[in-house]
Design a protein. Structure first.
Lengths: 307, 321
């Protein structure tokens, strides 16, 4: 194509090209995306540090209006009911320390147990030989097809029959033992551990159990940690299941508490300052967790995609 | 260690039985390749299998069974045959909520897929910055509840910054979540905000598999970015895109959290999505049988969509050769 050659030579190695409109436009779009992604987070902080009166008077101020920590005090139950009402709160006793602790307990229980049991199963599916292995694994894979939401109602009936409604254990139990995805995910990594490593350990007289703890788990520590962080975030953010199971403060987790906080405030004159403070309390731990593991998580999203 | 070494090859080899029989069994030199690990495997698989049977397999079967019963949690379930399904087919609210859900899914998936694709391509062609990928993922770390509440505040008719900006531009304030026509698109977009980064990173991972020299070759031929996108990126990304679509559509159909905290199904059932209706039937009206029947219907719809999408998009087959 003779006609194209001229343009080709210019695009190939632009010595000094005209202003790259395409690239500039692309960066502008990228900038906008970052802005839309991050601005809500700033807005939570700005609102949480404002007074409700200030928010009413000056809704467009980009900075906190009448800088105060009153919203946080209200969310954490550090304000008397009287004071809370005066500040535009509902005055209902909400203690986010409690819910924070509950969320930590539930997420830790789920993540710890689920990882360990799933790793054990993945080991059996990848490095042990036994009759029916592929059939059982196929069953686990089929389990991935059932949407979690379908099992919630019957699981609630079961948890009720076990008299575990309104307990932290009741919230944790259904996902404590495994998810088909976790087993599948870890099996992929265990299968990639070279046979020679295991053989060497066997020759040294190590048993299969010792190999699991001393060889397989350490060698797969990176995917295990990644999966752990993702599982922690998922359990922390879960709302539907805890909503079904928990009725009182004793088992209330942050997501459920937030929704109650929102429902308590009157439709007119919502306690936005307190609500955003509570939202920040619920969100911050995950942001910190992510900040610590961001690189690892970001680069492994491709693998975890099947979730 | 003790358990393992006390269960030497003396046991019947179960796994690769035939193979093991034909070979002389020596103690450790065979490195366990041919030994069956039956009892040990049972130990390792037990907790996960227990969880699988009790909290996944059994509930699935029970959910299907309950859909044929009348059940209010207090008295034992009573078999009623197809009553729940007959009722469902004749229930206008069910059909309304199915329509609302489909409307939500179409907007949610439509916008999200296009946006995620754009972000993924920008991340691939413009910059490989891991930091940007991290930023794009941050909303995904929030719960749906948090995302719902933040946008509820931003879009508040009276005080929300979103509406302040709209009125500053001179347009009338929009009651985003309190208006029958706006509520579903608004909820759909809130969830796009939360999920688009995750979807983009999935697609980005797919893009990484496309050899860079294809773009180089195209550039030498004088192809524009636009042309490269349609001629290289899209055809080669198709299998990944198909899988991602199936995943996100299934997730999208299960929308509940955002509706529960922002509109509670209103105004006038305008956001009464299927999962919200199911929840209300079970926990508001204690009709667990009817709720189960609708769950089964949702399950069937999702399975059908998966199969259909898999067929249509020929997922799993790649053009990469």
């Amino acid at each position: 194509m003779a006609a194209v050659t001229t343009t080709t030579s210019t695009t190939l190695r632009p010595v000094r090209r005209r202003f790259p409109f395409g690239r500039a436009a692309a960066w502008t779009v990228m900038g906008l995306i970052v802005l839309i992604t991050l601005l809500p987070f700033y807005w939570i902080l700005r609102t949480a540090l404002s007074t409700n009166a200030g928010l009413n008077a000056d809704p467009t101020n980009p900075l906190p209006v009448d800088l105060t920590t009153s919203g946080f005090e209200r969310a954490l139950g550090m304000q008397s009911a009287e004071e809370a009402v005066k500040q535009g709160g509902a005055g209902g006793g909400l203690d986010f320390w409690r819910y924070l602790l509950n969320s930590v307990l539930v997420s830790t229980l789920i993540t710890g147990c689920q990882l360990f049991f799933s790793a054990m199963a993945a080991y059996a599916f990848s490095r042990l030989r036994w009759r029916g292995r592929d059939k059982v694994f196929g069953l686990f894979l089929a389990g991935m097809m059932v949407p979690t939401i379908f099992t919630l109602l019957p699981n609630f009936v079961l948890i009720k029959q076990l008299h575990l409604v309104d307990s932290l254990l009741g919230i944790a139990l259904p996902t404590m033992f495994m998810t088909p995805f976790a087993v599948f995910f870890l099996r992929q990594f265990f299968m990639n551990i070279p046979q020679e490593v295991e053989e060497a350990a066997l020759l040294d007289g190590a048993g299969k159990i010792k190999i699991f703890f001393r060889v397989v788990l350490p060698m797969a520590s990176t995917p295990i940690v990644t999966l752990g962080v993702l599982t922690y975030i998922t359990s922390w953010n879960d709302y539907f299941w805890p909503l079904m199971v928990s009725y009182s403060d004793s088992s209330r987790v942050l997501t459920v508490a937030l929704a109650i906080f929102r429902a308590q405030t009157p439709a007119t004159g919502v306690d936005w300052s307190g609500l955003m403070a509570a939202t920040l309390i619920a969100a911050l731990p995950m942001l910190v967790l992510f900040a610590c593991f961001a690189r690892r998580i970001v680069s492994s999203i491709g693998f975890t995609g099947i979730k | 260690m003790t358990i393992a070494s006390s269960s030497p090859p003396s046991r019947l080899p179960v796994g690769g039985a035939a193979e093991a029989h034909s070979k002389p069994r020596t103690r450790r030199t065979e490195t366990g390749e041919n030994r069956g690990d039956g009892r040990l495997a049972a130990l390792f698989i037990a907790p996960a299998l227990l969880g699988f049977v009790v909290f996944l397999l059994w509930p699935t079967l029970r959910g299907i069974y309950l859909s044929f019963t009348r059940f209010n949690l207090l008295t034992p379930a009573e078999w009623v045959g197809l009553d729940n399904y007959v009722r469902m087919v004749n229930d206008p609210i069910f059909w309304d909520s199915l329509t609302v859900t489909v409307e939500y899914v179409v907007i949610n998936i439509g916008v999200q897929t296009v946006a995620a694709l754009a972000i993924a391509v920008l991340l691939q062609r413009l910059t490989q910055s891991a930091m940007l990928r991290g930023i794009v993922l941050t909303p995904y770390l929030m719960s749906n509840v948090v995302a719902g509440l933040v946008w509820l505040w931003i879009l508040d008719t009276q005080l929300g910054i979103g509406n302040e900006i709209i009125s500053a531009v001179g347009v009338e304030r929009i009651p985003f979540l309190a208006d029958e026509t706006w509520a579903i698109p608004t909820i759909a977009l809130i969830n796009v905000w939360r999920h688009v980064g995750y979807t983009a990173l999935l697609l980005f991972a797919g893009l990484q598999a496309i050899p860079g020299d294809m773009y180089e070759a195209a550039r030498v031929d004088g192809a524009s970015e636009w042309r490269m996108f349609w001629r290289i990126t899209m055809p080669l990304l198709r299998p990944v895109l198909a899988v991602v679509l199936i995943m996100t559509v299934i997730g999208s159909f299960q929308v509940f959290d955002t509706v529960a905290v922002t509109t509670a199904g209103g105004p006038a059932n305008a956001t009464n999505v299927l999962q919200y209706y199911i929840y209300g039937s079970a926990f508001g009206r204690f009709q667990f049988g009817y709720a189960s029947a609708m769950s089964v219907a949702l399950l069937v719809v999702l399975s059908a969509i998966t199969v259909l999408q898999y067929r249509l998009t020929r997922a799993g087959r790649t053009d990469l050769g």
